[in-house]
Design a protein around this ligand. Structure first.
Ligand SMILES: *Cc1c(COP(=O)(O)O)cnc(C)c1O
Ligand code: SF4
Length: 345
């Protein structure tokens, strides 16, 4: 591989896959989004709300938003709001002194490697995502500090090999599935070559926002013999689980992948027990088990999504009464310096 190229670009000889063309066509212009959804132009976000973290929505996700409904729960996740520009006490640029919402984070001397929990490490593979979720705390993270050349993971894997307690590698970001399969296949092969690794996990929102990503080229490297593949998707509302999303999850399952879901509890989006119960049931029908329900990380610009702890615990108790135990996600918070996520309630 050519070390001068960045990871996000496909090799020059490869024609882009269908998912790459769809990603290139994602909506980036707020005015276009409002037009496509029959929404009034006065919803146009102020520039201050989008600075550094612009609107980004694949068209397939947009199709699941109800036209003319400015309160649509999927719209709220992606349309920049004026409230993002507010300064609210207790909401910081980097609330965990770390970063990222799909993957969470930690710190490490090796660039791109986050070793926070004893037996599992997280590799930050890319800065890119296929959607920009307005509540995400990666919005303030400076990914320019990441090494992006093709050889970046060699030192990370060397550090893993030097610590036999590590038996799971998590590919995170950004979103690892925005990377071309050739890069991911090479990385996965290097991870499989470490005999201590028993589980290879991906944290990704692509199966939900761009289900076309789950194609044969992806399954070819993911479903190889070796560490058990685990994919943790990220859906917050039952409307996100469209037919093609469910089919993508079933394809992963069919290839022997364990598929789990994590959500973030978001005011105005999914802060009702009946909504969360419906999400769990739809996930189950798609072959996905609910894993975590995260309380919001207090990141600047996301205060309007906050559900306070008392309300979160009460909601979770209500949810428990609506679901079999195996469909109840664990209500958790990320606390810097703790040996695992902290359970609430
Ligand atoms: C959340 C997280 C993990 C995964 O934790 P699980 O509880 O196993 O899902 C691993 N590493 C880091 C740095 C994390 O933030
Ligand atoms: S896909 Fe995940 S990492 Fe990317 S913006 Fe959304 S929550 Fe954040």
């Amino acid at each position: 591989m050519d070390g001068s190229r960045t990871l996000a670009e496909p090799p020059p000889d490869a024609s882009p896959a269908r998912w790459q063309r769809l990603l290139a066509q994602a909506v980036r212009d707020p005015a276009e989004l409002l037009r496509l959804l029959n929404l009034p132009a006065d919803l146009l976000p102020p520039a201050a709300a989008t600075a550094g973290f612009p609107l980004l929505v694949p068209r397939g996700f947009l199709a699941r938003i109800e036209r003319g409904n400015s309160n649509d729960p999927l719209l709220k996740q992606v349309l920049p709001a004026a409230a993002e520009a507010l300064t609210v006490p207790g909401f910081a640029a980097d609330p965990l002194a770390e970063h990222d919402a799909c993957g969470r984070a930690g710190s490490s001397a090796v660039p791109g490697l986050l070793h926070k929990y004893r037996n599992r490490v997280l590799l930050v593979t890319t800065a890119a995502c296929a959607v920009h979720c307005r509540y995400c705390f990666r919005r303030h993270f400076d990914y320019r500090t990441l090494p992006m050349g093709s050889a970046w993971w060699k030192p990370a894997l060397a550090a893993i090999a030097a610590d036999p307690a590590i038996d799971e590698v998590i590919l995170s970001g950004g979103d690892p599935l925005t990377l071309p399969d050739a890069h991911l296949a090479a990385l996965a092969a290097d991870i499989r070559a470490l005999p201590q690794i028993r589980r290879l996990r991906l944290h990704t929102r692509l199966p939900v926002v761009l289900p076309e990503r789950i194609d044969n080229a992806l399954l070819a490297w993911l479903a190889q013999p070796g560490p058990t593949p685990v994919v943790v998707i990220h859906a917050n509302h039952p409307h996100e689980i469209a037919t093609d999303v469910a089919a993508a999850c079933q394809r992963l399952r069919g290839a022997g992948v364990l598929v789990l879901n994590q959500s973030v509890l978001l005011a105005g989006v999914n802060d009702r027990a009946t909504t969360l119960a419906e999400l769990s049931l739809k996930l189950f029908d798609a072959g996905v088990l609910p894993y975590y329900l995260h309380v919001l990380d207090r990141v600047a610009g996301a205060a309007h999504f906050l559900v306070d702890d008392d309300r979160a615990v009460a909601l979770h108790r209500e949810l428990a009464a609506l679901l079999p135990g195996y469909l109840l996600p664990r209500l958790v918070r990320e606390v810097a310096g703790e040996p695992s996520k902290r359970t609430l309630g």
